[in-house]
Design a protein around this ligand. Structure first.
Ligand SMILES: [Zn+2]
Length: 401
């Protein structure tokens, strides 16, 4: 048993922080939380001296196996294993203990997810979409993936008129995918502005219906706000990106805002990746920021995700960039942290035992050297990371125990 005492506690619910808090960890779970409570007899006591303790972060949109074409020769898992180990370490060191992989290589990602969970590998908790439903000739298979045959077979389901959508969704669900991912996009980032084909609405409807039939939520890649209305009508569970690089229309009507809010759908804007990949001559980031502020003001649920492990968007560190960008919209750090912990826990559907520091929850904990409520950039000052009661990254403990 381990007891953190004298912590500045941010519990992830959005409640005001608690000074001089005691948090008792027993095995994988939080056994007790209280202000000034004496640690139980026999517990290892860690006096945090006022350092901030909060729930570990989650990233709602990553590609955990990476997406870079040149690192994906024949597949088979051998080349990927190293990526997974490195990606895991990067996540944990930056306090990211849960991720949703928004399209990844099958069956590798599912094998790694299950091995990491059952063998207790130092890895974030993973929920994953597996193969992605894509139009023939469409994004991303025939754009950023360059038509790569191995990616076609292992990371995509190319849907033409003859594809048995129900069978494909069932196969993915049976092989362990937690989410179903599809694309609603005509954007061709490799040959801008020439559009590529998109999935017809009828196909997207079949994908969504089949996913829900097999108990899987749907995440839909959307790049143009006009398509977000269609996404809500389809009944998807999360909308990814919302405005993509290269888009030139940014109308956010009150009708759309109302529809998004009333549906309860999450929008995951991945602002850090949109900013990193923006076209200098047709920048969309300022429009995305303005749009997401409107969504927040209207009460739309916003997920905190980065699209990391795509090129130039590093896993782990990028979540802290996303925090800064959210704070730059006027959100208080306490609210940004609630969104990245309790909020993302609801979005990821990784179980209701995550996302807050409360009795009975899994002990997914980050200790920060400085107060993130003073400055959101202090989330980078990570002293210690715990996942399910195990210390998975530590820069302070040897100095204070
Ligand atoms: Zn993505």
């Amino acid at each position: 048993m381990l007891a953190f005492v004298n912590a500045h506690l941010i519990d992830g619910t959005g409640a005001a922080p608690l000074r001089n808090a005691t948090v008792v960890v027993n095995g994988a779970r939080i056994e007790a939380v209280g202000a000034g409570a004496a640690p139980p007899d026999g517990a290892v006591v860690v006096d945090l001296g006022g350092k901030t303790l909060l729930p570990a972060f989650s990233d709602a949109h990553v590609h955990f196996g990476g997406t870079e074409l040149l690192t994906r020769p024949g597949l088979g898992g051998r080349d990927i294993t190293y990526d997974y180990a490195l990606n895991s370490r990067n996540c944990l060191e930056w306090g990211v203990v849960s991720v949703r992989s928004a399209g990844d290589f099958m069956p590798d990602i599912v094998s790694y997810r299950d091995d990491a969970a059952s063998a207790g590998l130092p890895s974030p908790r993973i929920v994953t979409a597996g193969r992605m439903f894509v139009a023939p000739g469409g994004h991303p298979h025939d754009t950023v993936f360059g038509g790569n045959e191995a990616i076609r077979e292992n990371a995509c389901v190319i849907c033409d008129g003859s594809t048995d959508i129900d069978a494909e969704v069932k196969a993915l669900a049976d092989s362990g995918a937690d989410w179903i991912k599809a694309f609603l996009s005509t954007m061709n980032k490799m040959n801008y502005p020439h559009p590529v084909p998109r999935l017809p609405n009828e196909t997207l409807r079949k994908i969504t219906e089949a996913a829900h039939k097999y108990g899987k939520p749907v995440m839909l890649h959307v790049e143009d706000p006009k398509d977000a209305e269609e996404a809500v009508d389809l009944g998807v569970d999360s909308i990814e990106h919302f405005i993509g690089v290269g888009v030139t229309r940014f109308d956010i009507s009150d009708a759309l805002l109302g529809k998004l809010r009333n549906s309860g759908v999450f929008v995951v804007p991945t602002m850090s990746s949109i900013k990193a990949h923006d076209f200098p001559d047709v920048p969309v980031y300022p429009h995305l920021a303005e749009a997401i502020k409107k969504l927040l003001d209207a009460g739309v649920k916003i997920g905190v995700g980065t699209d990391s492990a795509i090129p130039f968007v590093p896993l782990g560190e990028s979540i802290h960039i996303e925090f800064e960008l959210l704070a730059s919209l006027g959100l208080k750090p306490l609210e940004v942290l609630r969104m990245a912990t309790k909020g993302n826990s609801e979005l990821l559907r990784a179980g209701d035992a995550t996302g807050t520091i409360e009795t009975g929850k899994l002990a997914d904990i980050v200790v920060l050297e400085a107060d993130p409520l003073d400055d959101i950039r202090n989330t980078r000052k990570i002293g210690l990371v715990m996942k399910e009661g195990r210390i998975v990254a530590d820069r302070i403990l040897s100095g204070i125990v």
